[in-house]
Design a protein around this ligand. Sequence first.
Ligand code: GLN
Length: 488
Amino acid sequence: MNLYELTIHQLQKMLRSGEVTSVDVTKAIYERINDVDKEIHAYISLTREMALEQAEDADRKIKEGGDIPPLLGIPLAIKDVLCIEGVKTTCGSKILSNFIPPYDATVIKRLKANGAIFLGKTNMDEFAMGSSTETSYFGITRNPWSLQHIPGGSSGGSAAALAADECIGALGSDTGGSIRQPAGCCGVVGMKPTYGRVSRFGLVAFASSLDQIGPMTKDVTDTAILMNVISGRDLLDSTSLDVRVPDFTAALRDDVKGLRIGIPREYFVEGMDPEVEDSVSDAIRLLERLGASSREISLPHTDYAISTYYLLASAEASSNLARYDGVKYGYRTDDSNDIMHMYKKTRENGFGAEVKRRIMLGTYALSSGYYDAYYLKAQKVRTLIKDDFDKAFKGCDVLIVPNAPTPPFKIGEKMNNPLQMYLSDIFTISVNLSGIPAISIPCGFSKEGLPIGMQIMGRHFDEETILRIAYTFEQNTDYHLQKPKIKL
Ligand code: GLN
């Protein structure tokens, strides 16, 4: 096995036993990146010097013995929406193309404190707005399983980096599916934790009532390991909650006996790709054979999820993105004669088309005279969507649904039709609207050989049950072990 193919838990053992050094693994990954990233383009920037220094430091600590933190010497890829002190953080946008944050995000601080190494920053849709990683100012990312297909988005760079073995683990962010959908498209694991589980301090904000940071990994065990490190209350983010953080790795049991799975009928609709439907249905049948039970349930307000999400997310984005005005940091036009002109030109040249579309949509929905009809109404519908889940979880422990209605689509296919792009998010956004946790795990392949993902959704703060089911499924299948043959 090549060193770059290792999972976090495999590498943990090998580092501890002295079988490999962190420097060897880090170098092997950079060689791999050198070989494949010209085609895949998973990374916006690499932090080679810093990573090798961190790796040397880790190897020294391992040699010295003593307390070894869980991620000591483990190389990770970080979505370029998270601030690392002194490392360019662009958010996939021209307007932040020269931004070097003076501080670490809380998750980065936690990863550092636990010994992790940062390989670089991964590509993403501009300001995390998109489902295909095609709106990045820095160019598209390709799906390692087929270079003509999208890797999903907006955390497409992190997902592709994992699938192409250009990192050992990764972080993404999920506002409406941006961890789960790309994980599904690239055949890897991605979890959106409960809203409030992980601090967002140092995450560039898109829609603050929906944004969440989460792990993206090669298997479920690694997701639990990263969850242990990034979870917990943080005084710098008042939306992070003071709830018990369990040992998520203790939830990894190959046993689903007695667990009740709900299958929402609104998620298995006509027009859905039969390969996706078959893979997810087969997965549920397998879990039944292993001792779980399932029954059909209803989430009656599902039809309203897309419009509710795109109103609320755009409204919040229009307000969050008002800070990019060229004054204190980021890109500033050099073609301006007065301050108003400078603001306008900076924003006109600094943002891409999709970001401008959202800002306009959101500003309109919040404007006086339309606020009640759009923003306030959407808030009320959001509560109905959340109530649907609360009711469903009275009779079920988890819900299982597809990740997306189709396998990954072709690059360019939906770029000229924003509505089609938005509709592809139908299965992921309700989770953010209601704040619950969900994981995406690989559950099959299309005839074309493209990965298919399924989601397991759970109750607020019950990531443990989700992980237990995901782990059991993984132990009894081998989808997560398949590797793409990258055509270079
Ligand atoms: N695709 C969704 C959007 O474009 C979700 C993005 C995300 O989760 N960041 O808004």
